[in-house]
Design a protein around this ligand. Structure first.
Ligand code: DC
Length: 239
């Protein structure tokens, strides 16, 4: 059924502005197809953790060399449904989600040498295909030859509403939603205007406006597009 040249299936690249739900969508699409979810943010988080753990001060991150990055021994180990991040062979899945890493990761992600180094690691992880990858510049820079690129958008107020619900805020007022929407729009402007890896839709991306779609509907739409583009359903192969 697949006409892809990759042994494990096509590559699907998902991107979109803050709060577009790209990560949870990528995970669900991967589950439907029996593909792996490649969360590129987790790689940036693992490097951030490794640098902090090694006592390399954030002020020095802009000067990190490829050799130093190699020595940090950061890898994404492929599993059934995704990648387990390891540093020096140790599973750091929990350590990369701490407030300390949250607070420092965007600084690491803004270092061009780090992005360059990581591009090879991400491409290597995705070499066999059968992958749903999400994150900034995933369709424009990391996997420009992905068989399917989807760019998720939604009205700022809808993104704000979803984000607040996700954060567990109850009894949302219109004022809460407007304030969060303003924050998201501010972040969109910063993300689009920044020099390193700006938020940009790939020219050949399918834009999916999820404002009035349910989560299941947006997942189904991407799965349908993936099948049209030669995505093999491998879900039966997973025990
Ligand atoms: O999606 P996340 O919160 O795990 O991402 C962590 C950080 O890495 C965040 O600052 C965005 C950045 N990032 C990036 O610059 N490029 C990617 N492909 C993925 C994440």
């Amino acid at each position: 059924m697949s006409d892809t040249k990759r042994p494990d299936g096509i590559i699907i690249a998902l991107d979109g502005p803050a709060g577009s739900g790209k990560s949870s969508t990528a995970k669900a699409v991967a589950r439907c197809l029996g593909y792996r979810h490649l969360d590129s943010g987790a790689f940036y988080r693992a490097i951030t953790y490794a640098a902090l753990h090694a006592g390399i001060q954030p002020d020095g991150w802009a000067q990190l060399t490829h050799d130093e990055l190699d020595r940090m021994d950061v890898h994404g180990k492929p599993g059934e449904t995704g990648y387990t991040m390891t540093v020096a062979g140790e599973d750091v899945s929990l350590q990369i989600r701490t407030p300390e890493v949250n607070a420092h990761v965007s600084r690491m992600a803004a270092v061009p040498a780090v992005r360059e180094w990581l591009m090879d690691a991400l491409r290597e992880s995705g070499a066999r295909g059968g992958l749903v990858a999400d994150g900034r510049d995933i369709g424009t820079v990391v996997f420009p030859d992905a068989e399917l690129k989807a760019y998720l958008i939604a009205d700022a107020e809808e993104r704000a509403r979803r984000r607040l619900l996700e954060m567990g805020v109850t009894g949302l007022s219109a004022e809460d939603v407007r304030a969060e929407a303003a924050r998201l729009q501010g972040r969109d402007a910063l993300d689009s205007g920044r020099e390193t890896a700006p938020l940009r839709q790939a020219d050949d991306a399918v834009v999916i406006d999820t404002t009035s779609l349910t989560f299941d509907e947006q997942v189904e739409r991407i799965v349908a597009l993936a099948r049209e583009r030669g995505g093999v359903d491998r879900s039966e192969e997973i025990p």
